[in-house]
Ligand binder design. Structure first.
Ligand SMILES: [Zn+2]
Length: 292
């Protein structure tokens, strides 16, 4: 990711617990799908349900407390308190397996998370609202209501899953306005948090997200989230199907993050590709981590 800083070898201030203490670095974990048998398009970023359950149990064992992404934004924006050892679980795109695989495992452990929804991808989007091509089965509106009622935060992930830094200004406005309006109208609450498709944003995108009322947004970057990144570019850590138990425990505690992603990058095919931005002709996007 552009602007990523890889200087977080030291453990986060998880080592100094204490409710009310200001957090200077927090792991924000990025998931997409949790499925035993995912399609090829999402496989690398789809975690096996058994492994996901073990990851949740590891968080509890380590004494970490999952908080919604919006709570982290509010902590750094407004000084709202967080539990002593926070971690954030985020899920992108709105795949149907969130309802069948993720939600029950969160609920049985009393854990919270944030789900970022591509509104044009939803299974029962009105014909006029359908946009983009989801990579797997997606949630429907009634499931989103159920998910919110279970205490899970939902937020925007654009309308068609466009790379927002590569679309024209009018399309950018449309992607954001349709996403926000649909979520607010159908779920009956104000939108708070946003997540850039593919993690891509630039100053124009961040300003547009802010102008439409979102209080914070997350990118990818594979480094710990820190207040200095600003509320509209908070970093997340990619959790892959191949992320093993030892790596997961380190990442969730904010330890060895740089080392992990250097090795991860070497393992990830097609990492070094040309990344074109707004105004260029032929976007090329083949990085495995960015596909969904
Ligand atoms: Zn996405």
């Amino acid at each position: 990711m552009r602007g990523a800083s890889l200087n977080d070898e030291s453990p986060s201030d998880h080592a100094t617990p204490g409710r009310g203490a200001a957090q200077s670095a927090v792991p924000v974990l990025m998931y997409h799908s949790v499925r035993a048998d995912p399609p090829p398009a999402t496989r690398a970023l789809s975690v096996h349900p058994d492994r996901f359950a073990a990851q949740l149990d590891a968080l509890l064992e380590l004494g970490l407390t999952p908080v919604p992404f919006g709570a982290l934004v509010a902590h750094w924006r407004d000084g709202v308190e967080l539990p002593a050892r926070p971690v954030v679980l985020t899920f992108d795109d709105g795949y149907a397996d969130f309802h069948t695989e993720v939600l029950p495992r969160l609920v049985e452990r009393g854990l919270s998370a944030s789900l970022f929804v591509t509104t044009g991808w939803l299974a029962d989007a009105a014909p006029a609202d359908r946009a983009g091509r989801p990579l797997d089965a997606t949630l429907c509106w009634s499931q989103l209501k159920e998910i919110e009622a279970a205490g899970i935060e939902t937020g925007g992930h654009s309308h068609s899953h466009a790379a927002l830094d590569a679309v024209r200004a009018d399309a950018l406005g449309d992607e954001l306005a349709r996403c926000r309006d649909l979520l607010e109208d159908r779920l009956g609450r104000a939108e708070r948090v946003f997540c850039y498709p593919f993690g891509y944003s630039d100053a124009q995108v961040r300003a547009a997200v802010r102008a439409r009322g979102w209080t914070g947004a997350c990118a990818v970057a594979n480094t710990l989230a820190r207040p200095g990144q600003g509320p509209y570019a908070l970093a997340r850590l990619t959790i892959r199907r191949r992320t093993d138990a030892a790596a997961f425990r380190r990442l969730a505690q904010g330890v060895g993050v740089t080392r992990h992603y250097l090795a991860d990058r070497a393992l990830t095919k097609g990492y070094a590709v040309v990344r074109r931005t707004r105004g260029s002709l032929t976007p090329i996007r083949t990085r495995e981590r960015d596909r969904p």
